[in-house]
Design a protein around this ligand. Structure first.
Ligand code: SF4
Length: 431
């Protein structure tokens, strides 16, 4: 989502004649678009501002603006502590960036835009063309979250759930496709909670499926309790919807899920997985896991390992619990760092074995790859298969923006390597 936001910020500042600098030292204005999910996010901001200060020690001070979730969560503190920062702008207020820049240019006071003006933000963005021209693009369809998992900052930094209208999304997608996008990933903190005047994510998917040159649709990130029957059905009815779903579970233990306030148990999670596999047997899953959540016992952890093996996730994102200031879990008693680390190592070892076994089964088989770009000065092309696996092939023909059949030859945990399968032209067949 930050990548989408950064692109839109660029679309906005072009209106007041700012353009991308070729070299970092040449910029007159720095926008640090931040994420608060990971540990040490605030320290990173101070570190980056320090680097800018160093570069400009004997020169005119550039404008420095911090946007995103760190600005939202710690805006006033940042402005007080680091005088070099001119403005903080939260994720729901970045449509105000041009006003902020103009005020700073006029040397008015420090600026703090951290209101939740999400409606206003998208009204402004809808008037500005999304200039992204990538083969695979993101589009934010929903923001915010009402779930309040005890470890998560999103409800405090992005605010309540908000969905954009199908019409404006359809319009933005058409423009992206006109610019060359073949694949669009629909983004939201709770993407499957999408609800605009009772029109759900499935309705949006069907609407976007009508765009002729749009070949692939994905969405992320989903919550298990919002997997309604209509969305499950869409995985059967829409051929453009990719059979790969990121479905965070966080833990395999019902006790921990309750302590996290996840609002679902493992049985309900597995029911969603089973319904999806039943409607489309090609579907595979990835997930997020928090290891060593406060109160996690050996038995709870073993439940997580059991779930990992049962669902056979083809990709996982796992982290040791780290408290986010201001969240309820931040005041809970942490388990020992040593034990949490040991469990993370064990978890990742098992996850990697499952992933590698899955990947080996792809060797010598055909995959459909959407190629996104060519590696600079080589004949290697980079693309992704239906499951978002990175694939590299060598080709003398330009494959960018094509969906091409590839035979996978080898691979590791990060990348698959293959060769294109030559198409047999009609007149190559014997009469
Ligand atoms: S559902 Fe996701 S975004 Fe919402 S609070 Fe939980 S982890 Fe955060």
């Amino acid at each position: 989502m930050n990548e989408y936001d950064s692109n839109r910020i660029y679309d906005l500042v072009k209106k007041i004649n700012y353009k991308k600098a070729n070299k970092i030292e040449d910029a007159d204005c720095y926008v640090l678009n931040t994420c608060h999910i990971r540990e040490k996010a605030t320290e990173k901001v101070y570190h980056d501002v320090g680097r800018i200060k160093k570069n400009f020690r004997n020169k005119k001070k550039p404008i420095v603006i911090v946007t995103g979730c760190v600005a939202q969560a710690e805006g006033a503190i940042l402005l007080n502590k680091e005088k070099y920062i001119d403005a903080v702008i939260g994720p729901q207020s970045y449509h105000e960036i041009n006003n902020a820049i103009i005020k700073i240019e006029k040397k008015t006071k420090k600026i703090d835009y951290t209101d939740f003006e999400v409606n206003e933000k998208f009204d402004t963005l809808n008037q500005i063309r999304n200039s992204n021209s990538k083969v695979s693009s993101f589009i934010t369809i929903q923001e915010g979250c009402d779930k309040f998992c005890k470890f998560c900052v999103v409800p405090y930094t992005r605010g309540a759930e908000f969905s954009r209208s199908i019409e404006e999304l359809s319009d933005e997608c058409k423009k992206l496709v006109d610019n060359g996008s073949k694949e669009i990933t629909l983004l939201g903190q709770n993407v499957n909670a999408y609800n605009y005047n009772n029109r759900r994510l499935s309705d949006l998917i069907y609407q976007l499926s009508k765009i002729e040159n749009l070949k692939r649709i994905r969405y992320t990130t989903s919550h298990p309790i919002d997997f309604t029957t209509d969305l499950i059905d869409a995985h059967h009815k829409s051929s453009k919807l990719m059979p790969f779903i990121h479905l965070p579970v966080q833990s395999g233990s019902n006790k921990i899920l309750k302590d996290m306030n996840r609002k679902h148990n493992i049985e309900e999670y597995l029911e969603v997985v089973s319904k999806l596999k039943k409607i489309n047997s090609k579907i595979k899953f990835s997930s997020d896991f928090i290891i060593g959540y406060p109160g996690e016992t050996k038995e709870d952890f073993n439940e997580t390992l059991k779930l990992l093996k049962e669902v056979e996730f083809i990709n996982t994102y796992s982290f040791i619990f780290s408290p986010r200031p201001g969240t309820p879990a931040a005041s809970m008693k942490k388990i020992s760092d040593g034990i949490a680390k040991e469990r993370l190592i064990m978890f990742q070892k098992t996850a990697n074995e499952i992933k590698m076994n899955y990947r080996k089964k792809l060797f010598d088989k055909k995959s459909l790859v959407l190629f996104e770009n060519r590696e600079v000065n080589t004949n290697k092309f980079f693309g992704r298969d239906e499951y978002s696996n990175s694939v590299i092939v060598k080709s003398d023909k330009n494959l960018t923006a094509t969906i091409t059949e590839v035979k996978i030859l080898s691979g590791n945990l990060n990348t698959l390597f293959g060769e294109t399968i030559p198409r047999i032209a009609k007149n190559d067949f014997a009469a």
